[in-house]
Design a protein around this ligand. Structure first.
Ligand SMILES: NC(=O)c1ccc[n+]([C@@H]2O[C@H](COP(=O)([O-])OP(=O)(O)OC[C@H]3O[C@@H](n4cnc5c(N)ncnc54)[C@H](O)[C@@H]3O)[C@@H](O)[C@H]2O)c1
Length: 328
């Protein structure tokens, strides 16, 4: 019998795409999420599936959490205040959720003798790298934001448990996500640039020659599904960068790709934005050990977003409704 999956933070951008995949694979999914962006719409269709259960749980509340976990389940931890802007805007909540709340989940999983545990971290942990270097998992970490600093702290906490714990964590450092999701986010670079240019807005781009790696939501979901089935000893206490070498892009390169579809799009380039991140990442390990190769290029993601916007799927009349802008 397949282990039951507990998706902590499963009602988010990546979590809802992953839920689709897990349900299709026949898993039972329990989603624990406090719907911090008031995004209940995006899980409505799952509620009809007998293999899907939802509990409105805040990871800051230890007592509520404790009742949800039991020994033979697999835990995937996606919850958090995700992104530099939202964690900067809500610094108290960020510490409460991205540190204390995450520690709660880890400690409860440990006390319930859970083994399989996936923690989603971020390639933002690399901060700034030399443009000639692709950061692999052993590269020095240089987190610049509150968000990435918390991720680095949690990674360290988990890795220090080696030889002292029943918990067998795998740490996935995700590239920046793009692509469609039932809980859409247009506050992420590829999605945002595409949306602004399709809607005929002037796109303002700071520091166009800074680099970052990107990865599609569906590819993250595929990789996680693979991670939870593989021999646990092959991946426990291992860190993987998740993405694909071919999807390292500068902001200018992304704009140029979008402009191929929207040739009259207006773009203003400015320098010295507040986001100093600039990193190129090496994804050889995830490719060699897990055989992972992205199925989506950035170009394919852009095409898909343009098509979805043109279909009229999104209502852009209310500013900032698709993304991590304001807590409910
Ligand atoms: N999206 C990206 O570009 C990206 C890049 C690197 C890493 N990641 C990691 O992937 C994971 C998922 O990211 P995402 O883009 O889906 O983010 P998201 O913001 O869409 O999802 C996070 C989810 O956590 C929930 N949540 C927040 N606070 C909570 C609390 N106190 N209790 C319970 N639930 C809470 C939210 O309601 C939301 O459903 C995160 O761990 C993130 O750090 C994402």
């Amino acid at each position: 019998m397949k282990n039951k999956i507990i998706l902590v933070g499963g009602a988010g951008y990546i979590g809802t795409v992953l839920t689709n995949h897990l349900l299709l694979m026949g898993y039972e999914v329990l989603c624990l999420d406090n719907l911090i962006y008031d995004q209940s719409e995006c899980i409505k269709s799952f509620l009809k599936n007998k293999n899907y259960k939802f509990a409105n749980i805040d990871i800051r509340n230890k007592n509520d959490l404790s009742e949800c976990f039991h020994e033979n389940c697999t835990v995937i931890l996606l919850a958090g205040l995700v992104g530099d802007p939202i964690s900067k805007k809500y610094q108290i909540e960020s510490d409460e959720i991205n540190l204390e709340g995450i520690f709660n989940v880890i400690n409860i999983c440990e006390s319930k003798k859970i083994k399989r545990f996936v923690f989603t971290s971020t390639c933002s942990n690399y901060g700034i790298t030399d443009n000639n270097v692709r950061a692999n998992e052993n590269h020095e970490l240089n987190p610049l934001s509150l968000y990435a600093k918390a991720k680095v702290q949690i990674e360290k906490y988990l890795l220090e448990k080696k030889n002292f714990s029943n918990l067998k964590p795998t740490i996935l450092r995700f590239a920046t996500a793009f692509g469609l999701s039932p809980r859409m986010r247009f506050d992420l670079t590829v999605n945002e640039f595409t949306k602004d240019l399709v809607l005929g807005k002037e796109l303002v781009v700071y520091d166009a020659h800074t680099w970052r790696p990107y990865c599609h939501t569906v590819d993250f979901a595929r990789l996680i599904c693979q991670t939870i089935t593989i021999d646990i000893d092959k991946i426990s206490f291992e860190v993987f960068n998740v993405g694909d070498n071919s999807n390292n892009f500068s902001k200018k390169m992304i704009v140029d790709e979008v402009l191929k579809y929207i040739p009259n799009g207006k773009v203003k380039y400015l320098e010295k934005g507040f986001d100093k991140r600039n990193y190129i990442v090496d994804f050889s390990k995830v490719n060699l050990v897990l055989g992972f190769k992205a199925s989506y290029s950035v170009q394919k993601g852009i095409e898909e977003i343009i098509a979805e916007i043109k279909k009229g799927t999104y209502d852009f009349r209310t500013e900032n409704q698709y993304g991590n802008y304001n807590l409910r």
